[in-house]
Design a protein around this ligand. Structure first.
Ligand code: AMP
Length: 467
C-alpha cells in the first residue's frame, strides 16, 4: 500500500460502497461510492489545474460535503491541504496566502467540485512517503504571526490508527459530526475515525443544540468542543432517554469544566470522554474507553507517545514526542528549533502534571492564549488593532470565564472612550470570535517591576464579568 494517507483511509471504506457516508437533514444520503467518485473527479480537476505533488491547495469555505471531497482529492494528488477558517477576513487571509503561496485558493467548494463533473474520474493515488507533507494547519503565534504546523502523511496516518483503536470505532457506528472542518478536530480526528471504520456520519454544517438533539437518535458517537456540551446541557431535550442508545461522547480542543462533566453524567448517565490535542500533534492523550474517565484529567498518552513535564517540577510545561508530532513550522526553521528540546521533544506551551497513575492534568497555558468557543484567540493580535484606535493608550486582552464560550475575550484599555464604539471599530477587521465582548477602561494598567502588564491580576479582577 502506498504511504499516501488517502490509501489508508480508503482501506477502511466499506466493501459495499453503496453504504452511506454522509447523512444530511433534508437531503439524500451520499454513499462511500459517491464520495470516492467525486474525489476522483476532483483530483482530475486539480491535475488539470496543474497542481503538482507538494503544492499547497488553500481552501476557505463554509463546511460542506464538497470541502471534504476537496480534502480527499488534495491527498490523492499528493498536494498539501491548507484549510482556513471561514471567519477570517480578507486581510487575515492575505497573510496565509503570502506565507504558504498555494498553487490554488478555493473559496467556492461547490463550484469547484461541480466544475470537475465533465472530467473523467482519475483513480490514481500519488505515491507519498511517510515524511511527505499532507497538510499545513496555521496556529497563530503569541506575537500575532501565525505559524503553519506541517503534518505529514505518516503523522496523520499514525494518529488516525491510534484513535480508531482507542475509541473502539466499528462499521456499526454512526458519528454525529457538527464540528467545523478547517481545524484538526473536525477535519482529522472526526473524519479519519469515520473513514477508517467505514461508518456513516450524521453531517450537520454547524452546531445547533436543537438540531443535534433531533439527529442524535441516528448516531452512536458524538465529538464536540466543551461549548457543545454546555449548550446541550442548557436544552431541556437533553435527557437520559434521548441519549440512551449512544455509545460515546468525546470532548476536546479546550478544557471541559468538571461541573459540565458532572452535570452531563447526572442528566444522561454518560461520562464524557475527554482528550487533549493540538494542531501540532493532533491527539496526544485520551481518557480510556474502558476504565475510569476522570473529570478534569485528559487521560493517558496514546500508545507510542512519550510525554513528560519539563522544568524539573511536578507541574510544568508539557513536552511530547511521538509518531503524530508535526515536522516543524512552515518556513520557520528558527521558530521550530526553539520549540523542540535537544532530544526531540516538542514543547507544547501547555502546563500540566502527571499523577501516580500516569494520567495528565492540564492546569493552563503557559502563554496567555484565550480559547473562546473552542477557537484560539491570541491577545497580541487584538491588542495591536486596539492600540491603533483613538483614545487608546495601551490595551491588555484577556480571557474571562464565560458560561457559553468557556472564555470570553475582554479588552482592558488604558485611556478613555466608548465601549460600543471601540467594539464596533474592530468588527470587520477581526473574526467575530476574536472581537472583544466587553471593553473596560482604566486609568493605568497594573504592571510589575519590569514594566510588564500583569495579566493574571487583570483576570482575577474581572473574573466575574460574565457571571
Ligand atoms: P489548537 O492547536 O487550536 O488545536 O489548540 C491546541 C490547544 O488547545 C492546546 O495546546 C491546549 O492548550 C488546548 N486544549 C486542547 N484540548 C484540551 C483539553 N482537553 N483540555 C485543555 N486544553 C486543551
Amino acid at each position: 500500500m502506498s504511504g499516501n494517507l488517502f490509501s489508508l483511509l480508503a482501506s477502511g471504506f466499506p466493501a459495499d460502497r453503496t453504504r452511506p457516508v454522509f447523512r444530511q437533514p433534508g437531503a439524500d444520503d451520499i454513499s462511500y461510492g459517491d464520495l470516492e467518485t467525486l474525489a476522483a473527479r476532483t483530483a482530475a480537476a486539480l491535475r488539470a489545474a496543474r497542481v503538482q505533488p507538494g503544492d499547497r491547495v488553500a481552501l476557505q469555505v463554509e463546511k460542506s460535503v464538497e470541502a471534504v471531497v476537496i480534502y480527499l482529492a488534495v491527498l490523492k494528488v499528493g498536494a498539501v491541504f491548507l484549510p482556513l477558517n471561514a471567519a477570517y477576513t480578507p486581510s487575515e487571509v492575505q497573510y496565509f496566502l503570502d506565507d504558504a503561496k498555494p498553487a490554488i485558493f478555493i473559496q467556492d467548494a461547490q463550484g469547484f467540485v461541480a466544475g470537475a463533473w465533465d472530467l473523467a474520474p482519475d483513480p490514481r493515488i500519488e505515491p507519498r512517503g511517510a515524511d511527505d507533507l499532507a497538510s499545513i494547519i496555521y496556529t497563530s503565534g503569541t506575537t500575532g504571526r501565525s505559524k503553519g504546523a506541517m503534518l505529514t502523511h505518516g503523522a496523520l496516518a499514525a494518529n488516525a490508527l491510534a484513535l480508531h483503536e482507542a475509541w473502539g470505532f466499528t462499521p456499526d457506528d454512526v458519528l454525529l459530526h457538527a464540528l467545523p472542518t478547517f481545524h484538526v478536530h473536525g477535519l482529522f480526528v472526526a473524519l479519519h475515525c469515520a473513514f477508517l471504520s467505514g461508518c456513516p456520519m450524521v453531517w450537520l454544517n454547524r452546531f445547533d443544540e436543537a438540531a443535534v438533539l433531533e439527529r442524535l437518535s441516528g448516531a452512536t458517537v458524538m465529538m464536540g468542543v466543551p461549548t457543545f456540551y454546555t449548550r446541550l446541557l442548557a436544552h431541556p431535550g437533553l435527557t437520559r432517554e434521548a441519549t440512551a442508545h449512544m455509545r460515546l461522547f468525546i470532548s476536546g480542543s479546550a478544557p471541559l469544566l468538571e461541573s459540565a462533566f458532572e452535570a452531563f453524567e447526572t442528566r444522561t448517565g454518560h461520562r464524557i470522554l475527554e482528550r487533549y490535542g493540538m494542531s501540532e500533534a493532533v491527539i496526544i492523550t485520551t481518557n480510556p474507553l474502558e476504565g475510569e474517565r476522570k473529570p478534569g484529567s485528559v487521560g493517558f498518552p496514546l500508545p507510542g507517545v512519550d510525554l513528560r513535564i519539563g522544568g524539573g517540577e511536578e507541574t510544568g510545561v508539557i513536552e511530547i514526542r511521538g509518531p503524530s508530532v508535526f515536522s516543524g513550522y512552515w518556513r520557520m526553521p528558527e521558530k521550530t528549533a526553539e520549540e523542540f528540546t535537544a532530544d526531540g521533544f516538542f514543547i507544547t506551551g501547555d502546563v500540566g502534571r502527571l499523577d501516580a497513575d500516569g494520567r495528565l492534568w492540564i492546569s493552563g497555558r503557559a502563554k496567555d492564549l484565550i480559547i473562546s468557543g473552542g477557537y484560539n484567540v491570541y491577545p497580541k493580535e487584538v491588542e495591536l488593532l486596539l492600540d491603533e484606535q483613538p483614545g487608546v493608550r495601551e490595551s491588555a486582552v484577556i480571557g474571562i470565564p464565560h458560561p457559553d464560550f468557556g472564555e470570553g475575550v475582554v479588552a482592558v484599555v488604558e485611556g478613555r472612550g466608548d465601549e460600543a464604539a471601540l467594539i464596533a471599530a474592530l468588527r470587520g477587521r477581526l473574526a467575530g470570535y476574536k472581537t472583544p465582548k466587553r471593553v473596560v477602561f482604566v486609568e493605568a494598567l497594573p504592571r510589575n517591576a519590569m514594566g510588564k502588564v500583569q495579566k493574571a491580576l487583570l483576570r482575577r479582577t474581572y473574573a466575574g464579568l460574565f457571571a
